[in-house]
Structure formats: structure tokens, C-alpha cells
Ligand binder design. Structure first.
Ligand code: DHB
Ligand code: FE
Length: 289
């Protein structure tokens, strides 16, 4: 979300509360993980390592009672603002994604993030995402084909797509864009091809008025994510690809607060000759289950 927000409700509370509600319902558990189970050896190993990391920080940096108390207050604020999904997806999800990616064939993916929503418009390719009559931003076409790892076109493939508007706002998590804006689930044609008409998104800062943004700024880190398009590419009998696409020349590439950008995921949209419209072609390869 842009630094020059004129929204009256706190961005952190608006975005955080909804992201928490979705995480609590389990609706965003799209990779189908049932949780680590209760194997005591695994609980002990993972929790020990996590706690030891924090204990080491306390020892190595001689953390004072004052700082320990500030840490408690900060944790409580993360809960109060509903920012756990935001904080976890910005600072930890990319490591979980690396673990998952190590066993996934096909196209490279990246993190889901906290802003996917279920139940969006179902559209047939070629499709235009739901948008306002005067939706600002550069008109953009994203087109491509979904195949299996053996090259077979996947007729039943769908591309679930969501991104910010050209001011950096997500519908459903900020007051400005109407519900469903710039979100949709596009059904590919019988050759697995898709063509999606939308607007180019803008770079985004994590909400600056909540504890995640405040901690980020207190540490002197950049709160920006490069502009990105989120995608879930699905097809029957295939493992879902969770990905994002970025844009060449974006000033925040390589310095993504969520550490989710990868060079393989960068688009270089080219003018189509229709007004200021641009187009990028990108194919996706899914792994059979
Ligand atoms: C956050 C926002 C995103 O758009 C994203 O992809 C990941 C994380 C966030 O604000 O936490
Ligand atoms: Fe995002």
C-alpha cells in the first residue's frame, strides 16, 4: 500500500483483521498441509531450534529487560492488529516455500502471501478481470499456456490471479477498491491457453501503521514489495503452482521486504500498439500428482 495513504481506517487493522480471519478459517492453507502432526521428536527439534535462535540473539546482543519488555508489547500488538499473517508471510514464508519448492517439478513458484481470497469471479479465457469503469493504470495482457511436465497441454487448467491496483491497494484488504477488483479465476481453453486483460499493478509497502511496518522501519529496512501479480495455477491431477510475476526495471527488485522475488519470475511487458497497452507471455508447467 502506498505510503501516502488517505484512508481513514488504519491500513494495518483493515488488512490485518481480514488476513487473520482467513488464516483462522484455514481457507488459505492451499498447499494442503495438514500441519506437522504431533510427533514429539519433531516438535522438540523445530521448537528447540527456533527458541535457541532467539536465545542466541539475547545472549549475543545482551538484550536488556527494557528491550525484552518492548518485545512483549510488540508481540501483543501484532495479535491486537491481526498482523500475524502479514508478519509471517513477509518474514518467514519464503523459507517454507524454499522447502516446498525443493520437491516440486515444473515452473518455479514463490510465496502465497496473505491476500488470496476464495470465491472470486470465474471467467473463461480470453478474460478481463473485474475492474472499475475508470480503472487507472497501464492496460496489460498476460497470456500463455499451461502444460504438464511432459509437454501435454492441460485443457482443465485454471489461473487464479490477484494483484493490487495501480495505487498499490488490494481489493478486500483496503477500503478503496471495490470487492473483487482485479481478482479472478480464469479457465484456460482446450489447449491450456489463457489470455488475461488487466492493469499493471504498482509496488506496495506493507502497512506502515502497524507493528510489522513499525518494526521494519525501526530497523531501517525497506518496507517495499516490488509490483507483482499473484497466481495459483491449477489443473486436475497436478500439483498447484503458487507463484508471482514481477516487472523488469522495478526499483524494488532484489530488495523485496518479503524476499519473494526471483529473477526467473520477471516479466518484460512490450507495447501492443493499442494505446498504452502492454503484453507479456508466460507459460506454466505443472507437475503430475
Ligand atoms: C504482504 C503483501 C503482499 O502483497 C505479499 O505478496 C506478501 C506479503 C504483506 O503485506 O504481508
Ligand atoms: Fe502481494
Amino acid at each position: 500500500m502506498t505510503a501516502t495513504s488517505d484512508q481513514s481506517v488504519s491500513d494495518a487493522v483493515t488488512a490485518g483483521a481480514h488476513a487473520t480471519e482467513i488464516a483462522r478459517s484455514g481457507a488459505s492453507n492451499l498447499r494442503g498441509a495438514a500441519g506437522g502432526g504431533a510427533d514429539p521428536a519433531r516438535v522438540s527439534a523445530v521448537v528447540s531450534a527456533a527458541l535457541e535462535g532467539i536465545r542466541a540473539a539475547i545472549r549475543d546482543h545482551e538484550v536488556t529487560y527494557e528491550e525484552f519488555d518492548a518485545f512483549k508489547q510488540w508481540l501483543i500488538a501484532v495479535s491486537d492488529t491481526g498482523e500475524w499473517p502479514l508478519f509471517l508471510d513477509v518474514y518467514l514464508e519464503f523459507e517454507v516455500e524454499k522447502v516446498a519448492a525443493a520437491t516440486q517439478q515444473g515452473s518455479i513458484g514463490t510465496i502465497l502471501g496473505p491476500f488470496w481470497l476464495d470465491g472470486q469471479a470465474q471467467l473463461d479465457s480470453p478474460a478481463t478481470l473485474p475492474m472499475r469503469d475508470d480503472e487507472p493504470g497501464t492496460p496489460m495482457i498476460l497470456a500463455g499456456q499451461v502444460t504438464s511436465t511432459d509437454g501435454t497441454p492441460l485443457a482443465g487448467a485454471k489461473v487464479d490471479i490477484w494483484h493490487t491496483d495501480s495505487d498499490g491497494w488490494y481489493s478486500g484488504f483496503a477500503a478503496k477498491p471495490p470487492a473483487g477488483n482485479l481478482r479472478g479465476v480464469v479457465r484456460c481453453d482446450d489447449q491450456g491457453r489463457f489470455e488475461i486483460h488487466t492493469r499493471k499493478p504498482a509496488p506496495y509497502t506493507i502497512p506502515l501503521d502497524g507493528p510489522t511496518g513499525q518494526m521494519t522501519q525501526a530497523a531501517g529496512w525497506s518496507p517495499w514489495r516490488p509490483a507483482h501479480i499473484h497466481l495459483l495455477v491449477t489443473a486436475p491431477g497436478h500439483r498447484t503452482l503458487t507463484s508471482q510475476l514481477f516487472f523488469t526495471g522495478d526499483p524494488y527488485l532484489g530488495n523485496d521486504v518479503a524476499s519473494a522475488d526471483k529473477p526467473e519470475l520477471t516479466l518484460d511487458p512490450q507495447p501492443t500498439g493499442h494505446g498504452d497497452q502492454v503484453r507479456s507471455d508466460r507459460d506454466f508447467v505443472l507437475e503430475p500428482e
